[in-house]
Design a protein around this ligand. Sequence first.
Ligand code: PLP
Length: 366
Amino acid sequence: MKLVDLNHQLQSIRSELQQAISQVLESGYFSEGSFVSTFETEFAQAVQSSHCVALNSGTSALHTILRSLDITSGDDVICPSNTCFATVEAICIAGATPVLVDCEAAYYNIDPDQIVKAITPQTKAIIAVHLYGQPAQMNKIKEIADRHQLQLIEDCAQAHLATFDGTMAGNFGIAGAFSFYPTKNLGAFGEGGAVVTNQVKLADRIRAFKNHGSYQKNLHEFIGHNYRMDSIQAAILSVKLKYLKEWTQVRKRNAELYFEFLSDLPEVTLPKIHPRASHVFHQFVIRTKDRELLKEHLTKSNIETAIHYPIPCHLQPALSYLGYKKGDFPVSEKLSNEILSLPVAEHQTSDNIKTISDSIRKFFRG
Ligand SMILES: *Cc1c(COP(=O)(O)O)cnc(C)c1O
């Protein structure tokens, strides 16, 4: 049983996808154009944002937001250590300094109390990451950002359609970055990303940034980048977007089944859902002291698992210049030794979840 089975997704909607791809081939427009603008409109609507700018990755979405807010060298940006390396990397390539903080033991997301302690006179922004598909505590984080006049950016790469207090991820701060990497809840057949925002001026700036700093053909107002989305990816994403709600429901159903089958195992800590959050289970992450042996046991039973992430960002060699050391963020470090992501995606049937749960039970109970 695979964590992600893209072939299964392909088989289920193959004819629609083939039709969309051949429309792009016939059109002769391979970068941007109407396929991209159509997808932008549809995705903005799906996440209840006023504007969406499609880009070529989640990393470039984060970089574009930071640069479009004029965040660069001399500026500090706060983000969690327990995240995909790309979150931190985007801050670095913008020229700013990442200021890492620990996560909450309960929800694995950035700890609002630690954010407050990390604020310096140089702090310009906070990037809240909605890790594994569960929104960070956006009520508290938004209040901190407002009180200290900091830009609030959301990394929604794992949180398509997730909500907190009924508001969709991507709408709490100035902008939200999404990824459409193939294995995300909404994935292209290649790289893809997007920025959503409710501010028209920022949307225009982002549109110019991803197109060489150009608002108008042949006129370059500032140094931007080429971060444009391929038309083929946009056409594929438009098809898949129609199924995102349904696929998200299956992820939630699968998570509920794990809760049902595994909640009486004291050796396993199940994810905790914040009462005000709707978790979209990009990953279903359990914790156990016997992580390595359990992983081995499941692999032998042909059940694929993964670790997101085995090394917290503050201990990554690329960031050694920041001077962090082992022991700086004890919650993130402990998590990295205990977490294990189980198959939860939409291609997993109820029977599969039962089989996986039984195998975990067998490991602990024999
Ligand atoms: C995947 C991911 C990214 C990067 O997105 P890409 O499209 O791979 O560049 C950033 N942040 C988080 C939390 C992610 O999971």
